[in-house]
Design a protein around this ligand. Sequence first.
Ligand SMILES: NC(=O)c1ccc[n+]([C@@H]2O[C@H](COP(=O)([O-])OP(=O)(O)OC[C@H]3O[C@@H](n4cnc5c(N)ncnc54)[C@H](O)[C@@H]3O)[C@@H](O)[C@H]2O)c1
Length: 271
Amino acid sequence: MAGPRAGTAVVTGGGNGLGAAIARRLAERGLAVVVADVDEAAATRTAARIGGRAVRLDVADAAACRALVAELDDLVAWVNNAGILHTGPAWATGDEQRRRLVDVNVHGVMNGTLAALPQLRARGAGHVVNVVSLAGLHPAPGETVYGATKHAALGFSVATHLDLLARGERGVHVSALCPDGIWTPMLFERTADPDAWPSWSGVMLDPDRVAAAAVDLLDRPRPLRAVPRWRGAMLRAAATTPRLVGRVLPTMIRVARSRQRTWGRRHGGRS
Ligand SMILES: NC(=O)c1ccc[n+]([C@@H]2O[C@H](COP(=O)([O-])OP(=O)(O)OC[C@H]3O[C@@H](n4cnc5c(N)ncnc54)[C@H](O)[C@@H]3O)[C@@H](O)[C@H]2O)c1
């Protein structure tokens, strides 16, 4: 199926990292892109680079998401990409950090989806792309609360896709993207963080490769797309056997931390 090449796309968290790469690819496709980010300066920089429009948006604010949609009459795609990471076990994650993780990574995805859906459903066409993580498929000890938020986001995304199907609404697509670690500002300061080892437990991806997979979902919608696919299959199988994972955990941590240190030496903690 050929996805939209005209109309407006909103990318939340589009100012930096993966969101900026997705925004660029959507603009290259011919879409008018709204770069929506809580970091207004970053949104403005990215929008200027791709010929899009910058908007300051905190995705935790449901009314602000709805107000943005109300300004648009040709919305064809909404990409819920904004996300934050705090590392450490749950007991070391403060109340405020935990609340903000849920507000941005869970409510943010719900707010964006629920703001976009009325216009897309009224037209009977359009796309919601939810950027989740492999941490949505398998728990992420060390990134524990982050992983929990991604499980919630994935459950919401896939169930919403099924709710539309159950009502025979086949023109509106909700896709979830679950990438492995991506070398973006989210990880630039984490190469020496021992709790961030899950981000180095597989392959470290280039943001543009993940952005290509995200934009491909407009042409080939999928309820769930892992990047790379083999890691998604592996982690889904592992998630069914937490006892076995517990046995191999020390080895997994050792290997991942070694990769993380090597990566830190090569990249000096930045891109
Ligand atoms: N980097 C990774 O290893 C990785 C792996 C898998 C999934 N992801 C997911 O990809 C998405 C993008 O992450 P990234 O790596 O580009 O991170 P990043 O930190 O580089 O960029 C995130 C962007 O989101 C914005 N943002 C944060 N809170 C916001 C809010 N409340 N409202 C609007 N914008 C907000 C930030 O200002 C920033 O521009 C996130 O959902 C993240 O969880 C990242």
